[in-house]
Write a protein that binds this ligand. Structure first.
Ligand SMILES: [Fe+2]
Ligand SMILES: [Fe+2]
Length: 188
């Protein structure tokens, strides 16, 4: 079966490649921190991103969508550049920008779910929900590491993400079950 929504197919391709960029970035991030616990936590997150890539590919295969060569190339380069730059920009910024990126990724998966629903497809609900929630956990992990740092309010003002602002409306303390998760990410 082919997907009749070209926008959704493109979102899947982009997510597939962006997960690779994230995985590469976390390799550099994990290598750049000296604290053992931080290294282990970031490696786990890298592992989660490789898993997401597999899950997205499984959905793509279902609809005969092949990865985009351009996205694969572009995100490969982006991931490697971020990975390398983690060694140069100090401790705070890799945490900050990882959290900010994760914050934006949360809604990607909930929006995909909504687009599938528009086509009457609900069979990917569970996996898309799990991935969206996992990205939220990643966001909170990174935020937790920097929330008491003096630089955060300054960065938050410039880049619109931090203790007060997020790019999604998911609250893990009062999260919706899968059946109601279509309520997430309606804005923007
Ligand atoms: Fe991910
Ligand atoms: Fe993530």
């Amino acid at each position: 079966m082919k997907l009749s929504n070209a926008n959704l197919a493109d979102l899947l391709r982009k997510a597939y490649s962006a997960e690779k960029a994230a995985s590469f970035a976390y390799q550099g991030h994990a290598a750049s921190v000296s604290d053992h616990e931080e290294k282990v936590a970031i490696r786990q997150i890298e592992h989660d991103e490789w898993n997401h890539r597999e899950e997205v590919l499984a959905i793509m295969n279902r609809y005969e969508i092949s990865p985009s060569k351009w996205y694969e190339f572009r995100f490969h380069i982006i991931g490697k550049i971020i990975s390398f730059s983690c060694h140069l920009i100090g401790w705070f910024m890799p945490y900050y920008f990882a959290g900010r990126l994760e914050s934006g990724n949360v809604c990607e998966y909930f929006r995909m779910m909504q687009l599938f629903h528009e086509l009457g497809i609900t069979e990917h609900n569970e996996v898309l929900y799990e991935m969206g929630i996992k990205e939220k956990e990643h966001e909170l992990y990174f935020l937790g590491k920097i929330k008491n740092k003096k630089l955060l309010p300054f960065f938050e003002k410039i880049f619109f993400w931090g203790s007060e602002q997020s790019f999604n409306d998911v609250n893990l303390e009062e999260k919706y079950p899968i059946e109601e998760s279509r309520k997430y990410c309606k804005k923007g």
